[in-house]
Structure formats: structure tokens, C-alpha cells
Write a protein that binds this ligand. Structure first.
Ligand code: HAM
Length: 435
């Protein structure tokens, strides 16, 4: 067996305790935001039919899926996002339930991306979908909950990049460009290859006016959100659908201002996203320290229909937990969580091992984290190890004390110890924890 068998697969990582703790911390914040906004958590499979996942993902994601045949010969893939799975559920199992749905998922996602800082082949998303409403307040809610997550996770400085796919698609469809041509153009714009995108527009037979409009739009951006949208409107005059889209974006941004959700926003008229299903507002939060997005989302009003469901307008977002972790480390934003005190239970001799196990359980039953000495070491050695591992207390089980219904409690930091009755043990440790 070559040594590569003992390495993680390229782009996939082990999370050692400190990293795992940070990830679970963010996951906890994301779950709390879901609860506060009324999003119910669901769990969907990691493996789904290839057809479902590839239907509207966009070439970018489609070409990077982990696809394989299962032993039954079915074409399946590891999920490259949650949205397709949630849309499937809403199109099928949940189709007769009253709307709106607010659904939350968190878990691992797989994409064959080129590994680099903040880009992995296995990564984690927290994902929120609001389905059943086509109103701007639904879009505004997705922006607000993203702001809540960024803030409560501990990020100090971040910004939302905002656009509207309906503006670009509105122009292109009035120029009679079909979906395929539109998708190809938006893919290029997503990669900021504006010149290539414009060339493709030209080759697709669009008018001169269209080219000029797009050329002006890709330059249009700014943090005075409503003003930028007003300028977009001036540019798209004559394109009815694009005008409606700009009006819709205006309403969303106005609601955000009225809600007093304080967040830095940048409207970019030429902003596009790689996934093909978007139809409306799109967003990506980011931090100045990283040039990759911490999340991405937007409105997608036709996906559920495409999966055979009732026409169901929807808007959602996924946050990249790994990237939020990176951003937090860069901004040193993680709040110092109150460390839980730890106790090492050490029997002074072999015959007392059962008593040590029993005592550790007494501690855990009242919510104190306890470990038992399992290496058969002498007390001095076990204490040395507990010290090295920065544990707080040792509970030493000795024969003489046990006969009197007591144990020795040693404060490892203060290097003091005293004999305490077993029924007072937890109280003593907890009491000291508070002091
Ligand atoms: P997405 O933009 O493809 O959108 O991914 C969302 C976020 O996942 C990205 O902004 C990034 O933070 C994280 N991410 C993506 N690829 C990687 C990677 N290779 N390594 C680490 N993190 C990564 C979606 O997935 C849509 N389903 C979002 C959505 C939900 N739209 C509507 N509802």
C-alpha cells in the first residue's frame, strides 16, 4: 500500500479539536439564527440522483460534481449544494403544505474545486430557503438573517455585494437571446470576464443599444444603494423586464433601509452568479481580508416548477462555514467562550478502578465533565499528565477516604487539596468553579 493511502483525499481535511470546535461554534450560531427567524431544520441525503443535482446547477457546478454509479447502476452524486434537495422536497413531499416554508440545513458539501485557501472539495454550508413568497420582504429577510449570522458569529467588518439577475436577463431576453446564450454570458460575467461576455453578446446578434447598455451597466456600482439603482433604471430605459427588475431591487433595498438592518452594501449592476437558477436579487457577503465570498444566494422563482412542483417563488442563501472560520481567525472575532472545567478521576490502586468509574459518572450526572485515568498510571504520573493537559481538578479515590465516604479533591491550578464527602464533591467543584 502506497503512503498516499494514509493521507486525506486532496481537498479534504481532518478537523482537530480546536478547528472542530470553531466549526461547531459557527454551526451553533447558524442554527440559532435559523431558530430566531423561524427556519425549521431538515436533514437531506448527501447522495442524490445526478439528474436532480445537475438540472439547473449551472455548468460551473455541474462539471465539478463527484459523480458515480452506485452498485445498483444508478447515476448519483455527492450534493454540491442544498438548494436542489430542498426544492425537491417542496416539489414532492411538502407540496400540499401551506406556504411559506422556511427551511434550514447545515452539513457537508462536495465540489471538485481546485484546492486553495478557503476553497476545498469537502466544505460546510449553512443554508436557508424561504419558499412560497415573491415579495421583496422575503428577499429582505434573507439579507437580514445573513447580517445576523455574520454579526453574531463575531465578524467585525463585512460587506454585501448585491445585484439582480433579472436586469441582465431582462435585457438579453428582450434581445431574443435564448436561455443557453444567456447562461453562457452570465457565466462569463460571474468570472468578471466582461469583455468576453460582451463579445458573446455581440456574436449572439444583439443590438448596438444592448451592447452600450451592458457596457454602461458593468461599470455601475456603489454603496449608495438606492442611488445606484436609480442610475441603473436610467440605463435600462426601454427594456421593460429589466426596468421591473430594477424596481424590484429598489424595493428590496428600501425595505432593508427601513428595517434599520445596519450593513454595508454595494450594488453592482454587472454582478452575476454561476448557478443558473437565479431569477431575481442575488447577494454575496464578504470580508476585506479575503477575496472569496463568505456566502451566496438569491431569488430563484422557477426551480420548484422545474422539479414538477407547483409554481413556487423562492429565495435563499448558503453561507460557507469554512470561510467564516477563516474570516473569524483573520479578524480575531471569536468571542472567548466560557471554558468548561474538567476533572480527572484517579484511583490510587487497581482495586479502586470500579469506584473511579462510579465517581466519574456521579460528576457527569450533575453536568461536570470528567475523565477517568485509563492508562494504569500511579497517582503522581496521572496528576502530572492532568497538569500538562491543563485540567482543572483531580478527584483522587483512596481506600482510607472511601471508607469514610469521601474523596480527595485537588485543585490543579492552585496545587491545593482537601478531603471532601462524596455528596459534597460536585458542589465543591461547582462552587469553586464559580469563585
Ligand atoms: P454558492 O455560491 O455556490 O451558492 O455557494 C455558497 C457558499 O459556499 C460560497 O459563497 C462559499 O462561501 C461556499 N463555498 C462554495 N464553494 C466552496 C469551496 N470549494 N470551498 C469552501 N467553501 C465553498 C450555493 O451553493 C447556493 N445553493 C446558495 C443558495 C441557496 N441560493 C439560493 N439558496
Amino acid at each position: 500500500m502506497g503512503t498516499s493511502a494514509f493521507k486525506t483525499v486532496r481537498g479534504m481535511r481532518d478537523f482537530l479539536p480546536e478547528q472542530a470546535k470553531l466549526m461547531k461554534y459557527i454551526e451553533g450560531k447558524a442554527r440559532r439564527v435559523a431558530e430566531l427567524y423561524g427556519y425549521k431544520e431538515i436533514i437531506t441525503p448527501i447522495v442524490e440522483p445526478y439528474e436532480l443535482l445537475s438540472a439547473k446547477a449551472g455548468e460551473e457546478v455541474r462539471s465539478r460534481m463527484f459523480v458515480f454509479k452506485d452498485l445498483g447502476g444508478r447515476d448519483v452524486a455527492l450534493r454540491p449544494e442544498f438548494t436542489a434537495s430542498v426544492a425537491r422536497l417542496v416539489a414532492t413531499t411538502l407540496k400540499n403544505e401551506p406556504k411559506p416554508f422556511r427551511l434550514f440545513c447545515v452539513g457537508s458539501i462536495y465540489r471538485y474545486d481546485e484546492p486553495q485557501k478557503g476553497r476545498y472539495r469537502e466544505f460546510w454550508q449553512s443554508n436557508y430557503e424561504l419558499m412560497g413568497s415573491d415579495k421583496p420582504e422575503a428577499d429582505a429577510e434573507i439579507l437580514m438573517l445573513t447580517n445576523s449570522l455574520m454579526k453574531t458569529a463575531g465578524l467585525k467588518k463585512y460587506c454585501f455585494k448585491i445585484g439582480h439577475v433579472g436586469i441582465l436577463r431582462g435585457i438579453l431576453s428582450e434581445e431574443k437571446l435564448d436561455d443557453r446564450a444567456q447562461n453562457a454570458i452570465l457565466q462569463l460575467m460571474d468570472k468578471k470576464l466582461y469583455e468576453d461576455a460582451l463579445r458573446l453578446v455581440e456574436h449572439s446578434g444583439a443590438s448596438k443599444n444592448c451592447l452600450t447598455t451592458l457596457r454602461n451597466l458593468v461599470k455601475l456600482k456603489g454603496s449608495k444603494t438606492l442611488e445606484v439603482v436609480e442610475r441603473i433604471k436610467e440605463h435600462v430605459e426601454g427594456y421593460t423586464k429589466a426596468m421591473d427588475a430594477a424596481e424590484n431591487l429598489y424595493e428590496i433595498l428600501k425595505l432593508i433601509l427601513e428595517s434599520r438592518c445596519e450593513v454595508d452594501m454595494n450594488v453592482e449592476a454587472g454582478f452575476a452568479r454561476g448557478l443558473e437558477y437565479y431569477t431575481g436579487m442575488i447577494v454575496e457577503p464578504s470580508v476585506p481580508e479575503l477575496d472569496i465570498a463568505l456566502g451566496g444566494g438569491g431569488r430563484y422563482d422557477r426551480l420548484i416548477e422545474l422539479f414538477g412542483g407547483e409554481p413556487t417563488p423562492a429565495v435563499g442563501i448558503a453561507h460557507g462555514i469554512d470561510r467564516i472560520m477563516l474570516a473569524l481567525q483573520l479578524q480575531k472575532g471569536m468571542e472567548e467562550a466560557e471554558e468548561e472545567k474538567t476533572v480527572m478521576v484517579i484511583p490510587v490502586k487497581e482495586a479502586l478502578k470500579g469506584e473511579a468509574l462510579k465517581t466519574s459518572q456521579v460528576l457527569r450526572d450533575v453536568g461536570i465533565s470528567a475523565e477517568v485515568e485509563v492508562m494504569g498510571r500511579k497517582v503522581a504520573k496521572a496528576l502530572e499528565d492532568a497538569d500538562r493537559r491543563k485540567m482543572d481538578y483531580a478527584v483522587i479515590i483512596g481506600e482510607r477516604e472511601l471508607k469514610e465516604g469521601a474523596v480527595v479533591i485537588r485543585n490543579l491550578l492552585k496545587r491545593e487539596q482537601k478531603t471532601v464527602k462524596i455528596e459534597k464533591m460536585a458542589e465543591t467543584i461547582k462552587g469553586r468553579q464559580r469563585s
